[in-house]
Ligand binder design. Structure first.
Ligand SMILES: [Mg+2]
Length: 211
């Protein structure tokens, strides 16, 4: 791809898709937050949903769990420690050999990174379970900046850490507002992928521009 040296992937919903795992993370997050806030899980779930719709109305659309947690007065560090301890991702995940093969080929031509709002422990377990842990030059998780996507300062620090100009980077993610809007504003290329089939189209995009 013209001038692109670096591809930065979101993890959850991008390199794998599992609604049951997303539901389990949500269930554990509600459980952890209910303990922090001293409320029942039903009330916490309702307040989380209300916080998400309030935030969605005042911002650019999709709202992250971290943002909704902070809106409720919760502590995102504590939330992530709880998620890291309580979520068991492996039963929800399988290896997709097409994704592994694609990353293996892309790694020959591009520096590959992960930039996720997930915590490092869960991200590592998920990456091992889907078989993609060996392809990345670096992983940026929520602990790196404790500023979840989308965040300008965290993004600036990421560009500095990988030593790449925004125009050299392609960001791949499943939520435009969370993963892609800010990088695009900075002049990066972006690719929205909501399914594994769409993720696999990344390679064709790269090839088409080389041809
Ligand atoms: Mg995602």
């Amino acid at each position: 791809m013209d001038g692109i040296t670096t591809i930065i992937f979101d993890l959850d919903g991008t390199l794998y898709c599992s609604k049951p795992l997303a539901d389990e993370i949500h269930r554990v997050a509600v459980d952890g937050l209910s303990q922090q806030l001293g409320m029942s899980t039903a009330e916490t779930d309702a307040r989380l949903a209300a916080a998400k719709s309030t935030l969605a109305g005042s911002s650019s659309g999709e709202v992250t769990l971290s943002a909704a947690c902070q809106e409720l007065g919760g502590d995102i560090r504590q939330l992530h420690y709880y998620l890291a301890e309580q979520v068991v991702p492996e039963p929800f995940l399988t290896v997709d050999s097409r994704v592994i093969a694609m990353l293996g080929r892309l790694k020959a031509d591009y520096a590959l990174y992960i930039y996720t709002n997930n915590n490092r422990r869960l991200a590592d377990r998920i990456m091992r379970a889907i078989g993609v842990d060996e392809f990345f030059a670096g992983i940026f998780s929520v602990e790196d900046f404790w500023r979840s996507k989308p965040d300008r300062l965290a993004l600036a620090k990421l560009f500095a850490a990988i030593g790449a100009e925004p125009a050299e980077c392609l960001f791949v993610g499943d939520r435009f507002d969370v993963d892609l809007r800010l990088p695009e504003e900075h002049g990066s290329r972006v690719l929205l992928t909501k399914t594994i089939e769409e993720l696999l189209s990344l390679e064709k995009l790269c090839q088409k521009e080389i041809d």
